[in-house]
Design a protein around this ligand. Structure first.
Ligand SMILES: Cc1cc2nc3c(=O)[nH]c(=O)nc-3n(C[C@H](O)[C@H](O)[C@H](O)COP(=O)(O)OP(=O)(O)OC[C@H]3O[C@@H](n4cnc5c(N)ncnc54)[C@H](O)[C@@H]3O)c2cc1C
Length: 467
């Protein structure tokens, strides 16, 4: 029956999981993948679910956020995580896979599924009628899972679709309505790891709209500033790929902190590290320079380094940024990075069911929805696939509980500040505070995991009772 079709765009991590979950619920799925005819700048072949870079899906320990996320997915019957388990290679406590074996197995399972039709074609339009318009052939929900390297024509179509959503939320600036091509991301650290013997809370006096104390400030004297900038300009960078160099050129206005530092000895002290309007309460003086950190999640447990978009190697970021007074022991939940990254402004555009607010029959999943990390993208695919099927079957759509890692991540991407939104990966900072304080990082992780897995049982019961 034509009316029970779901269309999935993109046969990557999110798209294959979404297609599988819907197909397993008896829905016929058309899965569009443009490779190998049309390649992205990072994929190497035509296999579905190709891992574009690392072959590691991160920690497998359930007292760590990435490990907990994978355990939740296992319990929810994720095709990709159970296949990753089957193709595991030795990597200590991490889940790393034989990438070719993994992608070949997923391709085989998808192609063999009686409810899935794999169409090797680039989707170029969404709403208008044209030869390869999805709307022309789609009669049911559409799941967009075309990833960070979405083809240019589809990106334009998504931009048109999401831009028309701008009036939905009052007062939000129009730059928040559409699709981002972000090439530079600043690191995020855990609040608990900041040393408040050195750092202090304050806002600049000249920013009237800010509430006092909104920022965490790390003050540097002249000597500390010199030694920090010297290390920064000499730190090792990640080599850019050709397509990324083009993008970096486009985003001249959003320079990496190390590039800005090379422009002059005091470029940072007059730029993002300017101390104007700030006094160090320990000395009563204006510091020579100040690194500011801005709250990054509603719970106030994560802070990003303002103006610190960077292309340094991860190890170098840890070494150099820990030279900043107050960040000596900083725990990084996300490192800064630079690569082409196409994603929508999810807090502005999506419901926690992953439906587009203005077109509830359209779902977004994976990196384009603002999720980061392989497992996070798989989870987005799982939820979009399940919810698109439930939509067709007339069932209430699932909102994952925020006590689960999956639910906390979806909650973040759909409730973060649209002004500063950037993709997010699984981390414990996204959870609501625990009612009872548990001492010790490991014990806290265990407690989080127990709470999450108990909450997941309710989701499983809900799926089962209606299934
Ligand atoms: C250079 C680079 C390196 C990365 N390294 C890592 C890493 O080491 N670890 C990590 O966790 N994450 C990494 N990421 C992020 C990574 O891309 C995601 O974690 C994950 O692959 C995203 O899953 P996805 O399903 O959203 O997108 P993808 O896995 O990229 O899948 C999207 C699919 O959609 C297809 N597609 C695009 N446009 C169209 C169209 N118009 N029509 C039909 N099909 C289309 C693409 O060919 C692709 O197969 C990296 C990203 C990039 C760009």
């Amino acid at each position: 029956m034509q009316t029970s079709d779901i269309t999935v765009i993109g046969g990557g991590l999110a798209g294959t999981e979404a297609a599988w979950q819907a197909a397993e619920r008896g829905i016929r799925v058309k899965l569009y993948e443009m490779r190998p005819q049309t390649m992205t700048p990072a994929h190497t072949g035509g296999a579905l679910a190709e891992l574009v870079c690392s072959n590691s899906l991160g920690s497998n320990l359930i007292n760590r956020a990435p490990g907990l996320l994978k355990e939740e997915l296992r319990r929810l019957g994720s095709l990709l995580i159970t296949t990753a388990d089957a193709h595991r290679v030795p990597a200590g406590s991490a889940l790393a896979v034989d990438r070719e074996g993994f992608a070949a197995a997923i391709t085989q399972r998808i192609q063999a599924h009686p409810n899935i039709t794999l169409i090797r074609e680039e989707v170029t339009t969404l709403m208008q009628t044209s030869r390869r318009s999805v709307s022309e052939t789609a009669s049911g929900p559409v799941i967009i899972a075309s990833g960070p390297l979405t083809s240019a024509r589809l990106a334009n179509a998504i931009h048109e679709l999401t831009d028309s959503d701008a009036p939905l939320l009052d007062g939000a600036p129009s730059r928040n309505s559409g699709l981002y091509f972000y090439d530079a991301i600043a690191p995020i650290v855990e609040l608990d790891s900041i040393n408040f013997e050195r750092a202090f809370r304050a806002s600049r006096y000249d920013k009237g709209e800010e509430v006092a104390g909104d920022y965490i400030n790390c003050p540097l004297n002249a000597e500390e500033y010199r030694s920090f900038t010297t290390e920064l300009v000499h730190a090792e960078q990640i080599a850019l790929r050709e397509f990324e160099k083009e993008d970096a050129h486009f985003f001249e206005g959003c320079l990496p902190v190390e590039v800005l530092a090379r422009r002059g000895e005091n470029a940072l002290a007059f730029g993002p590290l300017r101390p104007v309007g700030l006094r160090d309460p320990r000395t009563g003086q204006r510091p020579y320079a100040v690194v500011q950190l801005r709250q990054d999640n509603a719970a106030g447990t994560l802070y990003n380094l303002v103006g610190f978009q960077t292309n340094l190697r991860y190890g170098e970021q840890k070494r150099v940024f820990r030279l900043i007074p107050g960040l000596e022991q900083a725990e990084f939940v996300r490192y800064g990075s630079m690569h082409r990254n196409t994603y929508i402004n999810a807090p502005y555009l999506l419901y926690p069911t992953l439906q587009l607010r203005s077109h509830p029959e359209i779902f977004f999943a994976g990196q384009i929805a603002g999720l980061e990390g392989y497992a996070g993208n798989i989870m987005g695919g799982w939820l979009a696939g399940v919810n698109a099927a439930r939509w067709l079957q007339g069932q209430e759509l699932l909102i994952l509980p925020p006590e689960t890692m999956s639910g906390a991540l979806i909650h973040y991407i759909t409730h973060a500040d649209p002004e500063t939104f950037q993709p997010m990966k699984a981390n414990f900072g996204l959870f609501p505070s625990m009612e009872k304080h548990v001492r010790g990082k490991r014990a806290r992780g265990e407690a989080r995991a127990q709470q999450a897995l108990a909450a997941l049982e309710n989701v499983k019961a809900e799926i089962k009772s209606e299934g």
